[in-house]
Each structure stands twice: as C-alpha cells, then as structure tokens.
Design a protein. Structure first.
Length: 131
C-alpha cells in the first residue's frame, strides 16, 4: 500500500439502497507483524463501526417502500495516512443487519431479485507544500 496524500484523506461512500439491510464498516490497518496501526472509527469513546449503507424504508409487510441514499465521509488524519503508507494489510470489517424496527414488532423482510444496491466510492486528499 503506497499513498502520498499529504495531510488528510477523505473516502466518500455514496450508497442508494433498496435491499432491506444496513451496512456498517470498520477499517483496520496492520503492519507486517499483524499489529494494529490505525482504525476507523478512531474515537475511543465510540467503538461503533461507521454506517455506510442505510436500510430503505419498508412497508409493514416487509416489502420496499422507498430506497434510501446515504453519504458517508470517512476521514483519515495524519496518523491514518502514515499507517496507510507503512501498513501491510487493510481489514474491512463489514456488518450487515436487517433494519431495526421502530416499534416493538419484528420485521420480516422480503428479498426480491429486482432490488438494487448502488455504491460509489471516491477519495480526496490535501497536501501542504512549502514554497
């Protein structure tokens, strides 16, 4: 893994989802000895993974009511960029769940062949250069 991104790096995930699942992501960067160098999220008070795909709105019968679009910016600070430069392995821990009920009732979702999940990934970095 080689990255000369400078001071910051932002990875943007844009997902339009019709499939009745939500997706959480945790990024871990390891060195050659499998020691953790950096992880996202980095906030030690919140060990929760980052929501990258939001569940769509469902009808009471579990069928699709409306797709949802979710935009998530995942930031790497200087420590994260250094880990990306020096790391040998990147783990993407993905957790997929059915949507949480807004009531006390369980939701039994329907998976139909025509449901679509569109995910777009992009990255942008900034570089500070003395002139």
């Amino acid at each position: 893994v080689e990255c000369h991104c400078g001071d910051s790096l932002i990875m943007r995930v844009v997902a339009t989802n019709e499939i009745p699942f939500e997706v959480f992501l945790k990024i871990e960067i390891y060195d050659e000895n499998d020691s953790l160098l950096y992880e996202v999220p980095t906030d030690s008070t919140s060990e929760e993974p980052v929501l990258v795909v939001e569940a769509p709105l469902l009808n009471l019968d579990g069928s699709l009511k409306q797709a949802r679009k979710h935009v998530e910016d995942i930031s790497l600070n200087e420590d994260g960029i250094n880990a990306l430069n020096n790391g040998k392995k990147i783990n993407l821990r993905v957790t997929i769940n059915t949507p949480r009920s807004r009531t006390s009732q369980d939701i039994f979702v329907k998976l139909l062949a025509d449901y679509v999940l569109d995910v777009q990934l992009s990255a942008a970095g900034t570089l500070t250069q003395d002139l």
